[in-house]
Write a protein that binds this ligand. Structure first.
Ligand code: ZN
Length: 173
């Protein structure tokens, strides 16, 4: 289009075109070419601006994706560490339990496991200051007297929750 406008301008300047009608038509074409060129330049400018805005948006979104990915990586690493710690602890506790269980009579262990399954994972509870630490209820006087009267190797149980009560010097007996 620029070439055509330049050629038109050259013809106009050369004086080769002499007819007023042709001259007018040539000038008209030059003017409309100039306008069209201006319009196209505006379009190009707009496209470039939009491209720039789009590139900025891409950069912004990429940064956000990177930040989120970093958070995900961090969370995964912390989860993996926690899982390792839990596995190690579970291994230790399992070994400790095996050692402890070896010293407990089979029927008592059976009773303990049965209560534990029924009572949310806690089969035995400390009797602390006249209170069962399994269900948090205080033993009444009759119950306390029964526990007091029981021999040291008798298995005593909480009347309220059924758990095995573990007597200690702090039991309040
Ligand atoms: Zn209880």
């Amino acid at each position: 289009m620029r070439q055509r406008a330049a050629r038109d301008q050259q013809r106009l300047d050369s004086g080769a075109v002499t007819s007023p009608k042709d001259l007018e038509s040539l000038q008209h074409e030059i003017a409309s070419l100039a306008k069209r060129q201006g319009d196209l330049e505006d379009v190009v400018l707009e496209v470039m601006e939009r491209r720039e805005a789009a590139q900025e948006r891409v950069a912004e979104l990429t940064a956000r994706v990177d930040a989120i990915q970093a958070k995900v990586d961090d969370a995964v690493a912390r989860r993996d560490t926690a899982t390792d710690e839990i596995d190690t602890e579970a291994g230790t506790v399992t070994k400790e339990r095996e050692l402890t269980v070896a010293d407990i009579p089979a029927d008592l262990l059976k009773l303990y496991d049965r209560i534990r399954a029924k009572e949310g994972g806690i089969g035995a509870a400390r009797l602390y200051q006249r209170r069962c630490e399994g269900c948090r209820l205080e033993l009444n006087i009759t119950e306390l007297n029964d526990v007091r009267a029981a021999a040291a190797d008798t298995v005593v149980r909480c009347e309220s929750c059924g758990r095995i009560l573990v007597r200690t010097p702090d039991s309040g007996l």
